[in-house]
Design a protein around this ligand. Structure first.
Ligand code: ADP
Ligand code: MG
Length: 702
């Protein structure tokens, strides 16, 4: 390969070595054994497909940069268009009208006409058998522009596979595991991934590559987390005492839902073991996590400990403090709020009372983890993440306990599929609240286009007249902050004009915190009736009077994010609405993604759909900082079974080779330890070193 091509591979696809190239698998395979008919094309399921037929005519269209070559292509029954934007001369010279070709590409429809841009084209050769399965590689636009085509990629990979040195690449999985799990050996699997010989063998190859990937991820996570449980003792809270009982029997303003009760039992059981609790509490927006957190804190207080609640923003911390005070006052529990804007004198007093143990529960923002904050005995730290995972911040929290690390409960509104949580966090326990308190009103969700603005305005007017409040949210995506900010500003101006009778407030992520809090405060108090904002509000203000959530450019948000935003309404009003505004021109995939929102309000289904459509690495705002590895072939949403197998294999290897890959290992019941031969053992060591160059303990969530 020449230097120019090698440079492109490095820059565009991060491929630097032969190994990178071998592992650059097709992201999907297409079946070229069948010819589609134009009449069979449908929206929604549009992979690359092949059609057999003839070119009927060619015409040049457009001027200058928009110049293109358009051909009419007939499959004998119907016509479609084939379009080229570059190299048009060469293409025209190459193709003959009336001869039979096979065109291969992704069809698109515009105003009832199907078309295909820059398809792969081959002469139809009736003597050649259909080629069956073919891999599709990702290529960037830059690569395509420079003539680095799909065919070229196949050729390069083919050459590499045929090189005798490739045959000498060692299998990255220990031979003993390959045998125990009946996996396809490496050399065969790699060839099959790139050039499949059949559906069954391709499936075996994919399974093997997934296993390999997941096995090392699991080994990496487990070799730390297995020793953790033994090393980290936790406070033992043997009793349910006065605070908890008084609250439960005399104050609790409603019946706990079944799910809340179950989770409280799980937490109580954790706190009796003498091991530090490390629990993730998942539950959809509004399911009542705060109550569970409060009652957990009461367990600590009853056992002569303090508790802390950390929120991602000041507004949220204030709201939490207010909520907890209402519950705590009747049972004589002292709750204080400590944030960046707490005045010096008040701060001094709070710090002193905290050290003496007069304050039972401290609520705050990140200010809580500043070094000066010292508890007498911090027994439980609750972290309300909403949907962010700030691993680094959390790691400081547990140095706060003077005697021992506190129990940690992390609350998140992003339902992470179990397989993912398990894989990412190893031995972390997960609790799920899968039930909403009674009386919630489902939010009516609409998907609307720019043309429907009048209808949307009409709805907003009627809700404002009824005394309700409205959110209007714009995307803010860092790649082009200027442009985004402009659309937000324009939206604000338009809103002020159209709804001139009502006060509007304005919040975006680049504002100074004080200004942001002031603007949010205006909305929370009800003074401002409309809030125009970027996603900053998704971290959870609670304004039950708000009944409309308009999301502009909804196509640019992830589903989980949309779900979070939608959760801001439907908390009080009789009827609430979520309006997803989108450009008219969106692809079929995007339309499908957005319509999931109109079909379900189940956050779990939405998160899974989101993961399936975009892959976990892309889940905005959920795992950016938590996902320590990049999965290339596996899909955690779909590969639950392989995750489980790979995990078992990881346990077997760790148990069978004590002290070799992990500091120490204790056998797990039900695991058949697999002592590795010396070469196999070396394979595992070197793969771990290669794959996880930076040693971070990702199993630890706190
Ligand atoms: P989230 O899980 O999003 O943090 P919250 O804890 O803020 O949800 O709860 C949302 C609202 O539901 C609060 O006003 C809370 O008091 C109320 N709530 C919580 N649990 C129950 C319940 N079991 N029955 C009725 N209302 C509840
Ligand atoms: Mg909450």
């Amino acid at each position: 390969m020449g230097e120019a091509r090698a440079g492109l591979l490095a820059k565009e696809l991060d491929i630097h070595t032969f190994r990178d190239l071998l592992y650059n698998f097709p992201f999907r395979h297409v079946d070229r054994s069948r010819f589609y008919r134009i009449a069979d094309l449908r929206h929604g399921e549009l992979p690359a497909i092949q059609i057999k037929g003839c070119f009927v005519n060619f015409r040049e269209e457009g001027e200058g940069l928009r110049k293109r070559l358009v051909a009419a292509f007939s499959d004998g029954a119907r016509l479609m268009e084939v379009v080229w934007f570059a190299k048009t001369k060469a293409i025209k010279a190459m193709l003959r009208i009336g001869e039979e070709y096979v065109i291969f590409g992704k069809p698109a429809e515009y105003r009832g006409v199907w078309s295909m841009a820059h398809p792969e084209i081959e002469r139809f050769d009736p003597s050649k058998p259909p080629s069956g399965l073919r891999g599709i590689y990702s290529l960037t636009d830059t690569m395509r522009k420079r003539g680095f085509s799909m065919q070229k990629m196949r050729e390069i990979v083919g050459n590499l596979l045929d090189d005798p040195r490739t045959a000498r690449v060692a299998d990255p999985l220990p031979r003993q595991l390959v045998e125990r799990y009946h996996l396809m050996p490496f050399a065969e699997a790699v060839r099959e991934m790139h050039f499949p010989t059949g559906h069954a063998s391709l499936a075996k190859a994919i399974e093997r590559m997934k296993f390999e990937e997941l096995f090392y991820v699991e080994i990496h996570i487990l070799r730390f987390s297995r020793s953790r449980g033994e090393k980290t003792p936790g406070y033992v809270f043997p009793k349910i005492g006065r605070c908890f009982n008084d609250f439960f029997f005399k104050v609790l303003p409603f019946q706990l839902t079944g799910a809340q009760k179950r989770v409280l039992h799980e937490i109580r059981d954790d706190m009796r073991t003498g091991r530090q609790m490390n629990r993730l509490l998942q539950g959809d927006v509004g399911c009542g996590k705060t109550m569970v957190a409060f009652m957990t804190m009461l367990m600590a207080v009853d056992n002569d400990c303090q508790a802390a609640l950390m929120a991602p923003t000041e507004i949220l911390a204030e709201q939490h403090a207010e909520t907890l005070r209402q519950w705590a006052e009747p049972i004589c529990i002292r709750v204080e709020l400590l944030t960046g804007s707490t005045r010096a004198a008040a701060r001094r007093e709070i710090l002193a009372s905290l050290a003496s143990g007069d304050i039972h529960i401290l609520v705050g923002t990140h200010a809580l983890i500043e070094d000066k904050v010292e508890f007498r005995r911090l027994g439980v730290a609750v972290i309300d993440e909403q949907h962010r995972f700030g691993v680094a911040q959390r790691s400081r929290m547990w140095t706060k306990g003077t005697l021992m690390a506190p129990h940690v409960l992390v609350m998140t509104a992003t339902p992470i599929p179990r397989t993912l949580a398990m894989t990412v966090y190893g031995d972390l326990e997960v609790s799920v609240i899968d039930e909403l308190p009674p009386g919630r009103k489902p939010v009516d969700t609409w998907l609307r286009y720019d043309d429907n603005r009048i209808e949307v305005d009409r709805l907003i007017f009627s809700q404002l007249r009824e005394g309700r409040q409205v959110y209007i949210v714009y995307p803010l995506i860092t790649e082009n902050e200027k442009l985004d900010l402009k659309s937000l500003e324009e939206g604000y101006r338009r809103t002020c004009e159209v709804y001139s009778k009502w006060p509007v407030c304005y919040v975006h992520g680049r504002m100074k915190p004080a200004e942001k809090d002031y603007q949010m405060g205006r909305f929370v108090s009800g003074e401002a009736r409309i809030m125009v904002a970027t996603t900053v509000i998704e971290v959870g203000v609670n304004v039950p009077n708000a009944s409309v959530m308009v999301i502009e450019n909804a196509e640019r948000f992830g589903l989980s994010q949309l779900h979070q935003l939608r959760g801001r309404v439907g908390r009080g009003a009789d009827k609430s609405y979520c309006i997803l505004m989108s450009h008219q021109k969106i692809g079929a995939d995007t339309r499908r993604r957005l319509s999931i929102m109109t079909e379900t309000t189940d956050g779990f289904l939405i998160a899974e759909a989101d993961m399936k459509l975009r892959g976990p690495g892309d889940m905005e705002g959920t795992l950016q900082s938590g996902l320590a590895f990049n999965l290339k072939v596996s899909d955690l949403a779909r590969d639950g079974q392989i995750v489980a197998l790979a995990r078992r294999a990881a346990f077997e290897v760790l148990d069978g080779n004590p002290g070799r890959f992990a500091p120490r290992a204790t056998p797990r019941p039900g695991v058949a330890p697999l002592p590795l031969s010396e070469p196999d053992s070396r394979t595992v060591s070197s793969e771990i070193a290669r794959r996880f160059a930076v040693d971070v303990d990702w199993s630890r969530i706190s």
